[in-house]
Write a protein that binds this ligand. Structure first.
Ligand code: ZN
Length: 436
């Protein structure tokens, strides 16, 4: 390892799972060397200083759910551009979803993704498929993928519909330390042919809907299978009140389940579809106001463990098709933190520390990423983000680092933004500008 100059993050408020305090952070050789008052940390010779005045210094954020599109759709995103977008959003680790082409159901493909992620602005962690080709029938070589470091297994984009296959996956995963089976809970036989949430807006617009029961039916079944097998199930992008209630009940019983929610599911409702703009098309679909309130309540009481982006880039041509022909998905990496601060923290639904728990240390724990999520203390890897919690900014699709432009938040004013991101002791974002 070459000599690297020391780094001092000066004048910020350090917030992690252990508490909060005003402190400078000294980073040396990739790890936190000291956290303390300005006078004790000082400024070692040649140290680089990152100003954090008025800012929060937090453990880097961890995204359990990003579609980086490589291999197969590099026009929409690459691992490099997705990682840059992630770093600008404050993330120091992202889990790359396996619905690539070819899919991540094979050790060689997973190894290539990990290789491509090595020198990027964010640690790229590969998920692995549950079933071969995400076809829902034959199990993928989960043991081989686990040996490469895969901990999150999912067919995301597709639901593992057959209960028997899900049970076998859970039984197999039981023997793999730290493995989690993550379900995209939408029963395709209920959701098929639907392009938005089934309800009053879908009837008014004449767009076929996907019923909330498509999600809750699978969530309910998989809770029972988690209890039957004793293997942890993680529910991706929970979007409905019924599903939140099922997870809440399951946790009360001590079932081994965790859950995440995406910012668009606590920010936007199905009413957004009234303009037939496919930028608002996503699976599971934007829900009702009642569901949005339930997602917020689930995040507040800890039923929902993590906020995950479901970052899903698409080339402009794909989203310029009619609503019913356009692919589902929206960008998320560069707006997730600001939406959390604007929609949850500012209105008082969540404390800042609980918000960071959902964005950083809880997802890090779910994915088994020990080097991420803090705490910010001596000897810990320096994966950090510095957040200016009060700056107001407007989302401009042109200025996003993602290769794609399909953000539903164009023109929206948000509060709070990442100022610096530090990955393994290296500043990868400085004053809002990517360094890699
Ligand atoms: Zn999904």
């Amino acid at each position: 390892m070459p000599d690297r100059s020391d780094l001092v993050i000066r004048g910020g408020r350090v917030v992690d799972a252990t508490g909060e305090r005003q402190a400078d952070v000294l980073v040396r050789d990739g790890v936190v060397a000291e956290v303390g008052e300005h006078s004790s940390v000082g400024r070692p010779d040649g140290a680089r200083v990152l100003d954090a005045g008025g800012c929060i210094v937090a453990p880097g954020l961890v995204d359990l759910h990003a579609h980086l599109r490589e291999p197969g759709d590099e026009e929409a995103e690459t691992i490099e551009t997705g990682a840059r977008a992630a770093a600008l959003g404050g993330f120091t680790a992202v889990v790359a979803m396996p619905n690539t082409e070819p899919p991540l159901d094979d050790a060689a493909v997973v190894a290539s993704v990990l290789g491509a992620g090595r020198a990027t602005a964010c640690e790229v962690v590969s998920a692995g498929c549950i079933t071969k080709g995400r076809g829902g029938e034959e199990l993928a070589p989960m043991g081989e993928l686990h040996a490469l470091g895969v901990r999150i297994f999912t067919d995301d984009g597709a639901c593992v519909t057959a209960g028997g296959v899900m049970r076998r996956a859970l039984e197999y995963a039981h023997s793999l330390p730290g493995a989690v089976v993550a379900q995209h809970a939408e029963d395709p036989s209920l959701a098929a042919g639907g392009h938005m949430h089934e309800g009053s807006w879908s009837s008014r617009l004449g767009i076929p809907g996907r019923p909330a029961a498509a999600e809750s039916a699978i969530v309910g079944r998989d809770i029972l299978l988690a209890e039957l097998t004793g293997t942890r199930v993680h529910f991706l992008h929970l979007s409905t009140a019924d599903a939140v209630e099922l997870v809440r009940d399951a946790k009360r019983r001590g079932a081994p389940v965790t859950a995440e929610a995406a910012p668009h599911h606590f920010t936007l409702t199905d009413a957004e579809c009234r303009g037939f703009d496919p930028v608002f098309k996503v699976h599971p679909p934007l829900p009702t106001e009642t569901d949005v309130a339930a997602i917020k309540a689930g995040l507040a009481d800890g039923t929902i463990d993590a906020i995950a982006t479901d970052h899903a880039p698409h080339v402009p041509e794909a989203k310029e098709r009619p609503f019913e022909e356009a692919p589902p998905g929206m960008l998320g990496l560069e707006t997730a933190l600001a939406l959390t601060l604007s929609e949850l923290v500012e209105p008082g639904a969540l404390s800042l520390r609980d918000a960071l728990a959902r964005l950083s240390w809880q997802p890090a724990a779910i994915a088994g990423l020990d080097a991420h999520g803090g705490p910010i203390s001596e000897g810990r890897p320096a994966n950090l983000c510095v957040i200016d919690p009060s700056v107001r900014w407007e989302v401009d699709p042109i200025r996003l680092a993602s290769r794609s432009r399909n953000t539903p938040y164009a023109g929206r004013k948000l509060t709070g933004r990442v100022r610096h991101t530090v990955l393994g002791g290296e500043p990868v974002v400085v004053d809002g500008t990517a360094q890699r």
